[in-house]
Design a protein around this ligand. Structure first.
Ligand code: NAP
Length: 355
């Protein structure tokens, strides 16, 4: 049982991020002092949405310059905090050097943040943003999970430096966190494992998350010939923020939490947009056949390897989200609402335009 003193500041790493934005908003709206660790506190464009939220809220935001790859970089930001939300980690899939661009910031970054927690004397709880990618790599992994369903007991054993390195980075980072948590008894570790996050971006033009890239592709014509029926899980960014908040402040919270609202696929997600936006935007209407993807996929994008297509397209994705509903009381938004709210933000900010 860990009770957090609500008058103490709370650290959020990677506060500029798509997921972190909604968490910072939730904390500020509830009157907390947020220590926002960001790479560049002088980049006003990346911070404008957070400043605007802070201005209208009861809470206070203070920025700290921190980099995952610099030892000791979080020592100042963590001072006096009892609760730490460690969200920072690159979510990019098209990288030149997976070790340098993904694994190092994910793993060494987690180590740096947890070293700072150990040195702080004040930290009582760390909530880590891991991912369902630390549980599985490909939809086909669901079939090999006990009873064909992913649960908090399952770990990713199929990603590597050469195959789906983002999933590998999340797996190694979460393992590092559990290893460090077990070596001390000052703080407890709670892990949030979101599936693919969708939902409105608070700063769509400067958020670099892969979530926003994929949504943009659904509306800019990339998938106008059809979208892959690729099995994935999906969750609303606002529900992910709620999950972090609840994990931080529920004294009895324990372990990992699968944070996924819907067992779905890319085509089904895109089709929810047709009712409101189908007339005006080049949205996908049908499934791209697997044989066609096998031919064009590897040429269009190196991540769409034949192995990836074989293991994901037309394969059902299934995860059990009952733990977070029962233990943290999280209720998930319907998929159509999440998709429409996300798409509207891209239209309003002119990232996607009418056909
Ligand atoms: N979006 C999803 O579908 C999804 C699903 C499951 C889990 N997650 C996890 O959620 C977290 C946030 O992802 P997101 O989707 O919100 O992506 P995002 O918008 O790209 O956020 C990533 C954050 O990490 C920070 N960061 C990256 N490299 C850094 C470094 N070397 N030093 C310090 N900060 C660094 C970025 O800071 P800058 O602004 O300075 O670049 C940014 O704040 C990640 O841990 C991701 O793995 C995301």
């Amino acid at each position: 049982m860990t009770k957090i003193n609500e008058t103490k500041p709370v650290l959020v790493t990677g506060a500029t991020g798509y997921v972190a934005g909604w968490l910072v908003k939730k904390l500020l709206d509830n009157g907390y002092t947020v220590h926002a660790a960001v790479r560049n506190p002088n980049n006003k464009e990346k911070l404008q949405h957070l400043d605007a939220i802070a201005e209208k809220s009861e809470g206070t935001i203070k920025y700290y310059k921190s980099d995952l790859l610099e030892e000791g970089s979080y020592d100042e930001a963590i001072k006096d905090c009892e609760l730490v939300f460690h969200t920072a980690s690159p979510f990019v899939t098209d990288v030149k050097n997976p070790q340098k661009d993904l694994i190092d910031p994910a793993v060494l970054g987690t180590q740096n943040v947890l070293d700072a927690a150990n040195k702080s004397m004040s930290v009582k709880r760390v909530v880590l943003t891991s991912s369902c990618a630390a549980i599985y790599t490909d939809a086909i992994d669901c079939r090999n999970a006990p009873n064909g369903v992913l649960t908090e007991e399952v770990w990713n054993t199929t990603a590597s430096l050469d195959y789906q390195p983002y999933a590998f980075s999340k797996t190694l980072a979460e393992k590092k966190a559990w290893e460090m948590a077990e070596k001390q008894n000052q703080w407890d570790l709670i892990v949030i494992n979101p599936s693919f996050v969708m939902g409105p971006a608070l700063n769509p033009k400067s958020n670099t998350s892969e979530s926003i890239n994929i949504l943009t592709q659904m509306g800019d014509g990339t998938f106008k010939m059809g979208a892959p029926k690729m099995g994935i899980g999906m969750v609303d960014v606002r529900d992910v923020a709620e999950a972090h908040f609840s994990a931080g402040f529920t004294p009895s919270a324990k372990g990992r939490f699968i944070t996924s609202a819907h067992n779905t696929n890319i085509l089904e997600m895109a089709l929810t947009l047709k009712y409101k936006y189908g007339k005006d935007y080049p949205l996908p209407k049908r499934a791209l056949p697997k044989w066609l993807l096998m031919i064009v996929g590897p040429m269009a994008n190196k991540l769409f390897s034949k192995k990836f297509i074989r293991n994901n397209v037309n394969i059902e994705w299934k995860a059990d989200n009952s733990k977070i509903k029962k233990e943290l009381g999280i209720q998930f938004r319907p998929m159509q609402k999440t998709m429409e709210d996300s798409f509207q933000v891209l239209i309003d900010s002119q990232i996607i335009k009418k056909k």
